[in-house]
Design a protein around this ligand. Sequence first.
Ligand code: RB5
Length: 148
Amino acid sequence: MASKTIAIACDHGGFDLKNTLINELKSKGLEVLDLGCDSADSVDYPDYAYKLAQAIKDGQAERGVVVCGSGIGISIAANRFPEIRCALVHDAIGAKLSRQHNNANVIAFGDRTTGVATAIDALNIFLDTEFEGGRHARRVEKLSNPPL
Ligand code: RB5
């Protein structure tokens, strides 16, 4: 990874897991750009997904992490930006393949669906795994150019 800054954002449903993942990132010596939310008070997940997507688009971070209750809403919202390839991950193999095959630059977790140990393991794999390129590069390129 070129940049050592990781952006992270959540809604209220992902607040606890976000804090756990921030501690994990800091323990690895990474800079964390925490884009909220800042409490367990109810908020709207698109607002935080868009903040994170904009930060990556602007080059403030190379990779990002988003968390909501299921991981579904916040990953859908992040993927509204063509610059974002956000993978909703539930296990180690998903984290690995999201990097090797999809060059995912954002990983999403569901606080209510994925245990803490699994999320930490998947996060580390996401950060440490390189994109394989080759035949996958053509497919990933097409993700940025949908035939709209
Ligand atoms: C919030 O209650 C919940 O809907 C949200 O965190 C997420 O699961 C949406 O996809």
